[in-house]
Design a protein around this ligand. Structure first.
Ligand SMILES: C[S@@+](CC[C@H](N)C(=O)[O-])C[C@H]1O[C@@H](n2cnc3c(N)ncnc32)[C@H](O)[C@@H]1O
Length: 415
């Protein structure tokens, strides 16, 4: 539930400056604060050291519950960009500006790592003339503030009474921050949105070719390719749940972002194509509930050996058709694990190598595990476990009937 804000309790026109580690004077900070229920909000800047000691740190101005300040990561350093820049921001016709590939980008590759410029609570409404958003913007260095003010504001004056708030709400993407004990129980207190000057120039598609991942430790988001992107192609991401039907997606995009989605996955030739696309997306949304998964299958010898592999390959075909590659790593991981437990080394390696390229940014832990497994598959705890079990039980009288694996695309196998 959105909460109303009470007016500032303390205000000063006397901004201070603070020195950073390398002695550079950064932008002013404010001591102004606002209360909302039991929460006190302040504007607080985070400083990220650049690689060039002659450049000032990157600033991120946050409108933050004051109790969270001491939980912010410390000694932040700017992350390394890809060696070759691969995008430009330019006119995208009636979408405004957009992000476009300046060279071919392979699936899984990093496009850009970026620190946010502002962070604001996502679910708390400000009272009229609270001045909080202006204070926030004023806490940024001039160039960042000017660039931020050129970003889209699709909110009406009734929804957001200042351009600053409209820009924050149009462009803000959800991020996770750390909370003191007790605060985590309040869902609205946990919701924060971050605005990135470049990443948020990427327009929406219901079959996006890119996604971004927030990392609290480095206080940055990495934008990466979900599938190969060709030079000149627009780089897109999602603004809404793309497993929802076309009608629901379009209504939500219109309400929250003020546009009629005309992406390839919405601009379908006839009713039949719409019904088929909606059904495929709903199936992918519910796949885990209606199809066998690795965990239960792995120890259930009554199931056919290829049941998860076949089912997940069907899911991957639907994912490809609907351009929903953001989901593919989940299925591929289970295929890799299935081949491991079956002890089928060549398939395990082929799928493992493919997945490794795709998941390096999306799931760093999985990428590390995969590297270890690929170096020595037989060191995996359950390597060839199912194969060994089958051999051991082949002479036993206590065998179960193994049902044939589903050839039908969407046969719901409930575990
Ligand atoms: C986060 S901004 C994206 C960058 C924006 N195009 C700009 O010029 O700054 C979101 C706004 O971009 C526009 N937009 C994004 N995706 C779009 C799409 N698929 N079709 C039309 N407009 C789109 C809408 O105006 C939306 O409110």
């Amino acid at each position: 539930m959105a909460q109303a804000w009470s007016p500032p309790t303390e205000s000063t026109d006397d901004p201070r400056t603070i020195p950073t580690l390398n002695g550079i004077i950064t932008s002013p900070i404010t001591t102004q604060s606002w209360s909302s229920g039991s929460q006190d909000f302040v504007v607080h800047n985070v400083h990220i050291q650049t690689h060039d000691p002659n450049l000032p740190p990157i600033e991120c101005a946050m409108l933050l519950d004051s109790r969270m300040i001491k939980h912010l990561p410390k000694n932040l350093v700017q992350q390394l960009q890809p060696a070759q820049p691969c995008f430009e921001i330019k006119d995208a016709g009636d979408k405004g500006a957009g992000m476009f590939a300046t060279r071919d980008i392979p699936a899984g590759a990093l496009i850009l790592v970026e620190n946010p410029v502002i962070i604001t609570p996502a679910s708390i409404l400000l009272p009229e003339k609270s001045g909080a958003y202006q204070t926030l913007f004023n806490n940024l260095p001039l160039t960042a503030r000017e660039e931020l003010l050129t970003m889209t504001n699709c909110r009406s004056r009734e929804e957001c009474n200042t351009d600053e708030e409209g820009i924050a709400r149009t462009n803000g993407t959800g991020i996770d921050l750390a909370f003191p004990l007790g605060m985590e129980k309040d869902p609205t207190a946990k919701e924060y949105g971050a605005v990135f000057l470049k990443i948020n120039r990427s327009n929406h598609s219901c079959g996006p070719n890119a996604a971004h991942k927030w990392d609290l430790a480095s206080f940055s988001s990495s934008l990466y390719a979900l599938r190969p992107i060709s030079v000149g192609e627009e780089i897109t991401m999602i603004y809404t749940d793309v497993t929802a039907s076309r009608e629901v997606r379009r209504a939500k995009l219109k309400r929250l972002y003020g546009f009629d989605c005309g992406c390839t996955y919405c601009d379908l030739p006839d009713e039949e194509s719409i019904v088929s696309s909606d059904a495929a997306r709903a199936q992918l949304r519910d796949w885990g509930h209606t199809h066998p998964g690795y965990l239960k299958w792995s120890t259930d010898l009554c199931r056919a050996d290829d049941v998860v592999i076949k089912s997940h390959q069907n899911a991957l075909r639907l994912i490809e058709r609907e351009g929903m590659q953001g989901l593919q790593c989940l299925y591929m991981e289970e295929i890799v694990l299935s081949y491991a437990i079956l002890g089928e080394e060549s398939e395990f390696r082929a799928w493992g190598e493919r997945l490794l390229k795709l998941c390096t940014i999306q799931d760093r832990q999985l990428a590390e595990d995969l590297q270890k497994w690929l170096a020595n598959p037989k060191s995996m705890k359950k390597w060839a476990w199912r194969k060994k079990q089958r051999m051991q039980t082949s002479g036993s009288r206590r065998r179960c009937v193994v049902p044939p694996s589903p050839d039908m695309l969407y046969l719901p196998l409930l575990f």
